[in-house]
Ligand binder design. Structure first.
Ligand SMILES: [Zn+2]
Length: 123
């Protein structure tokens, strides 16, 4: 199989598609992957510890979003910084983004794994 380009990998991950074929319908329910891709059979059952990478991706996205919103709000509202709004942004971004982004973090992590480890996914 040809190596998956980084752009294709990220696009598939962000659209919650199969990292190998780009197929849809890989989630059994919200946040819970099927055992394998219904299109190509790529297995989503992984060894213990594999999904720590998805947690790292999820945390990184939440933190970057928080800092962009936090610094952006400060820069846009200087000199009268709305601290209550910033508190809401902090709580919202650090509380909601990890929950909302959870399924995407899994597919993004798998896509990055396939991109950076071509051939390693033939378990
Ligand atoms: Zn597939």
């Amino acid at each position: 199989m040809a190596n998956l380009s980084l752009i294709t990998a990220v696009a598939r991950g962000l659209r919650k598609r199969c990292p190998r074929c780009g197929g849809k319908g890989i989630f059994r329910s919200w946040g819970q992957l099927k055992d394998a891709c219904p299109t190509c059979g790529y297995t989503f059952v992984r060894e213990e510890g594999y999904w720590v990478g998805a947690v790292i991706v999820n945390t990184a996205v939440a933190m970057v979003s928080f800092f962009v919103l936090f610094i952006g709000t400060i820069l846009l509202t200087l000199p009268d910084i709305p601290w209550a709004l910033l508190l809401g942004i902090a709580l919202g971004s650090m509380g909601l983004i990890p929950v909302v982004f959870y399924p995407t973090s899994k597919t993004l992590w798998m896509s990055l794994h396939v991109h950076f480890n071509p051939g390693a996914d033939t378990l």
